[in-house]
Design a binder for this molecule. Structure first.
Ligand code: MN
Length: 409
């Protein structure tokens, strides 16, 4: 029995107002062919099918077209809701999808047994899929009251543990001896984040431990966009998103996971590398360096690249601004190789002058947040290299936060 695990499609996702549906369509074509050519039996999609609660008509159309094509290439499709998905939107078409062997578990069902999907192939191979969707507060906060010792995060973790344990017990009661493959959309301890996982609690607050999955033969996770194993376990994995959803994922190798069951046991787990359909790249340097890099720029992928441009100049020179904007306009009008989605200009000299700003008469209100951060680095006597790295990271973070505010405005 062959199972393919993917997650975090985020149909309808935009990056700087540019739709990412074109690369998703190429991924879906790849998926349809792979499922068919390699005789997969089951496709698991572990949440965040759509990017928003209220997907646009064209995004819903893409979803249904894709499911129709996939259902002709694989015997069973199981999808769960993620934190970006609306339970109602996903569940709406359930009666139409069921005859196509497509099971959608948008949210936690009234009867937890309905999270268990028993699969029996024509050659009598069997397994059980525990399709556990993203658990919302109402699903995990049992008492809704917080004692002093049991704070909210630990209650959430206990709620998660209870859910996974109950479903495991149900599976062992109703389908003893059958291999059990779990699905989930959650943040497991130690997972490496990128910039595009919105709404997750960073830090260990909302993170669950991998002991949650004891008893499951494999767990197909979604939520984290960078592919990875959880706690170095081969059998608990994030497939990651099939396409890069933010510039921070520019060098991720996107993948899906192939799980092979033989005689009721997990026989093999293979990482299947995906082709890169669109490159997300950063071009950095002085104005001249950026100009020449753009002139030579050639993408290796089928779709034009999405680029961010960082120009580092020695001194602030406002006469450069129209030049830079012109250069970007020109590139975006003429290049078939890429499109610049964002750019920023930084001035080295201004940074070195910053320290002189910190005279005792300066109040915090007179400073920008970047200057405050820079002052903190001075107080900590960071060496130049760490200082530059920290400053750059801080700027990226501040910028991503600004993007997030812009996009959610
Ligand atoms: Mn996601």
């Amino acid at each position: 029995m062959k199972i393919l695990h993917t997650a975090d499609w985020h149909i309808g996702k935009q990056l700087k107002k540019q739709s990412l549906n074109e690369e998703l369509k190429l991924f879906f074509q790849w998926l349809v062919h792979t499922l068919k050519d390699e005789n997969y039996d089951i496709l698991l999609v572990s949440g965040d099918i759509f990017d928003s609660y209220n997907p646009k008509t064209e995004d819903r159309a893409l979803y249904y077209q894709t499911l129709t094509l996939i259902s002709q290439s694989v015997k069973h499709i199981i999808l769960i809701g993620g934190n970006h998905d609306s339970i109602a939107v996903l569940n709406a078409a359930t009666p139409l999808l069921e005859p196509l062997n497509i099971t959608v578990i948008g949210g936690v069902p009234d009867d937890l047994k309905d999270e268990l999907i028993h699969i029996q192939l024509s050659n009598d191979e069997e397994c059980v899929i525990a399709a556990i969707p993203y658990l919302r507060d109402k699903d995990v906060l049992i008492n809704q009251t917080f004692d002093t010792d049991q704070d909210r995060p630990s209650q959430i973790r206990a709620g998660y543990a209870k859910h996974y344990r109950t479903v495991l017990d149900l599976a062992k009661t109703h389908y003893p001896r059958l291999p059990l493959v779990g699905m989930g959309h959650l943040y497991a301890t130690g997972a490496q984040l990128s910039d595009s996982e919105r709404d997750i609690q960073v830090g260990n607050q909302g993170a669950v431990s991998s002991t949650l999955f004891d008893g499951y033969d494999y767990v197909a996770l979604g939520h984290i966009h960078r592919p990875q194993r959880v706690d170095k376990l081969d059998t608990v994995r994030y497939s990651g998103s099939p396409i890069a959803l933010s510039f921070s994922e520019r060098s991720d190798h996107k993948q899906v996971i192939k799980i092979t069951l033989t005689d009721g046991n997990i026989d093999q787990i293979d990482v299947v590398q995906l082709p890169q359909f669109r490159e997300l790249s950063t071009i950095e340097g002085s104005l001249e360096e950026v100009q020449s890099a753009l002139a030579k720029y050639k993408t290796q992928c089928p779709l034009p690249a999405f680029l961010e441009v960082n120009i580092n100049q020695q001194i602030r020179d406002i006469t450069l601004n129209p030049l830079i904007e012109d250069m970007i306009d020109q590139f975006n009008k003429t290049s078939t190789q890429g499109k610049i989605l964002k750019y920023k200009v930084t001035f080295a000299e201004e940074e070195s002058r910053l320290e002189s700003l910190f005279v005792p008469s300066k109040q915090i209100d007179d400073l920008t947040h970047t200057e405050v951060f820079n002052e903190l680095l001075t107080l900590q006597s960071q060496d130049t290299e760490s200082r530059n790295t920290l400053m750059k990271t801080y700027r990226d973070l501040a910028e991503n936060y600004q993007d997030y505010l812009d996009e959610t405005a």
